[in-house]
Design a protein around this ligand. Structure first.
Ligand SMILES: [Zn+2]
Ligand SMILES: [Zn+2]
Length: 335
């Protein structure tokens, strides 16, 4: 297959500016990299944090997008997994050093030299992307391209957040019912947990959406659930939800923050943390998280709710995400 010299991409030139559609050189795969023809790319809240300047170290100009589904069209020098024609997924964790103490113990999500797709490396809001082949995933065949995209960040980071809450959880709260929550709720319900979905006050559409996925209860984030929670997962970027979740979490329970950025957490009385409650964050993902989630998703089976946009509509997709108007996940699809 012939690869064109240039490709269309939605490019971020500087924070606080809209993405611009531009013809840019098609990237060439370096050693250990694949060149991927992008079929679909998810739009994530992290993309908003980058556009809004809340994540302060982006490569500029930058092609956003870290939930890439595509097919391999060429490989750079060196061996490794995947061949031309294979369908692959590219996640947020784009590459790591492979030799630091975190990488050596399978905690590559904490590598200080990691590269991040669509942030410090160009991502998938484009017709082609290059990716380190060792960090790409094979995707379950049951999912079409656009349906698979949200699994690659909302799913993976959501799954790590859920996993870090521990196995002993019976009553699970989820704050912020967007892309990650709708995937994790299906897994938790499948695994027999009682799930309590918390949304922005008055967001009855999101609450109804959560109920359709089988949650035990759905309500405003300001309201106490019918049962104390064993764990709460927070996917909304709102620091005030941390003390709110602690308030309704049982002794020994944990509050796990799944986002990369959050507004400040307000001061709260020690009493809320007392009795061995735990607050922790989740950073990135490991390849093990990806392999587990992508094996589990088709068995549940997780259905991803998506709203599709063409590449040129990336700014509209971001605006709808910002306004809280999406149910499920926005995905850019290429013709
Ligand atoms: Zn490392
Ligand atoms: Zn993401």
């Amino acid at each position: 297959m012939s690869i064109p010299a240039t490709m269309r991409a939605m490019v971020l030139d500087a924070p606080h500016t809209p993405l611009r559609l531009r013809d840019v050189p098609t990237p060439r795969p370096g050693p250990g990299q694949l060149l991927i023809r992008v079929h679909a790319c998810g739009v994530c809240r992290t993309d908003l944090h980058i556009v809004d300047g809340e994540l302060t170290q982006p490569k500029l100009p930058l092609i956003l997008g870290h939930e890439i589904v595509g097919s391999v069209v060429a490989a750079g020098p060196g061996g490794g997994p995947f061949r031309s024609g294979d369908r692959v997924g590219v996640p947020w964790l784009g590459t790591t050093c492979g030799s630091c103490r975190y990488c050596r113990k399978g905690a590559e999500n904490l590598c200080a030299a990691a590269g991040f797709t669509g942030y410090t490396l160009d991502g998938g809001f484009a017709e082609y992307a290059v990716a380190d082949r060792s960090y790409c995933f094979a995707l379950p065949p049951a999912y079409r391209d656009a349906e698979a995209a949200p699994l690659l960040c909302a799913g993976l980071i959501g799954y790590r957040t859920y996993r870090l809450a521990g196995d002993a959880v019976e009553h699970l709260g989820i704050y912020g019912f967007g892309a990650a929550a709708h995937i994790i709720a299906q897994i938790a319900v499948h695994q027999g947990k009682q799930v309590y979905a918390f949304t922005r006050p008055g967001d009855h559409a999101a609450q109804a959406f959560a109920r359709r996925l089988g949650v035990a209860w759905a309500g405003d984030s300001t309201v106490a659930p019918p049962q104390p929670l064993d764990a709460a997962l927070i996917f909304a970027p709102v620091g005030a939800l941390v003390p709110a979740a602690l308030q309704v979490t049982a002794r020994g329970g944990s509050v796990v923050c799944g986002g990369i950025h959050m507004s400040d957490i307000p001061a709260f009385p020690y009493e809320l943390l007392w009795e061995e409650r735990l607050v922790r964050s989740v950073a990135n993902l490991t390849r093990r998280d990806g392999e587990e989630l992508l094996a589990l998703a088709p068995r549940v089976p997780v259905c991803t709710a998506i709203e599709t946009f063409v590449l040129e509509q990336a700014n509209q997709a971001l605006a709808r995400l910002r306004a809280g108007e999406l149910q499920g996940a926005a995905v850019l699809v290429m013709p």
